[in-house]
Design a protein around this ligand. Structure first.
Ligand code: GRF
Length: 197
């Protein structure tokens, strides 16, 4: 059976994409990344994709800060369809997802967030956890809906907060968990999805 075809969206350095691509190379994730799309022209995630011979596309986001302009989001849908993407994986994507993409991939868009949702949605969640005095935080893989980090939770991994943690040290330990959790969740989804084809 053919591997699950993924489209990846990211705005940043792409360490989660790298963890996913490495899991595919190792054979622990039966998937293929058909395309990586970014709203940031020089995002690290695009370079990482090109190094691996994966199609990498910049889509100009338009005039809004927190979402893509509808025509840009439609372009993203076209690119994902062209690449044959079955699931959309947000890996450090910094914009809200709206109707064009949600409607094109119903319950087929997932995200990873650096907290134990529903605690600490939004930006720089590790800083929020630290400021709130949380003793445990972590990361969450969830379905994406029209809200901010509100979609149904698929899986979580915990990270203890150490008394001497800085935002940087805590974020680094959460990211190490993300790099294990995201490929593992995708491997389960790939098994379920390809068995239903
Ligand atoms: C991760 O911390 C993820 O939880 C959040 O954005 C960050 C992306 O990092 N959604 P990277 O680009 O995968 O390194």
């Amino acid at each position: 059976m053919a591997a699950l075809k993924l489209g990846v969206l990211g705005s940043g350095k792409g360490s989660n994409f790298r963890a996913i691509a490495d899991a595919i190379t190792r054979g622990s994730l039966d998937a293929e990344v058909g395309i990586v799309i970014s709203d940031v022209p020089d995002a690290g995630i695009l370079s990482l994709a090109r190094e691996r011979g994966i199609r990498a596309e910049f889509v100009p986001p338009g005039k809004f800060k927190s979402k893509l302009e509808p025509s840009a989001e439609q372009r993203v849908v076209e690119l994902l369809n062209e690449a044959g993407a079955e699931w959309v994986v947000l890996a450090g994507w910094m914009r809200m997802i709206k109707a064009p993409l949600l409607d094109a991939f119903p319950r087929r868009i997932i995200n990873i967030h650096p907290s134990l949702l529903p605690a600490f949605p939004g930006l720089e969640a590790w800083k929020l956890a630290l400021a709130a005095g949380a003793t445990t935080t972590g990361c969450t893989v969830h379905y994406v809906d029209a809200g901010m980090d509100t979609g149904e939770v698929i899986a979580q991994a915990e990270t203890p907060v150490q008394p001497d943690d800085t935002p940087e040290s805590l974020h680094a330990r959460i990211q190490a968990e993300e790099h294990k959790l995201y490929p593992a969740v995708l491997a389960s989804l790939a098994r379920i999805h390809t068995s239903r084809r």
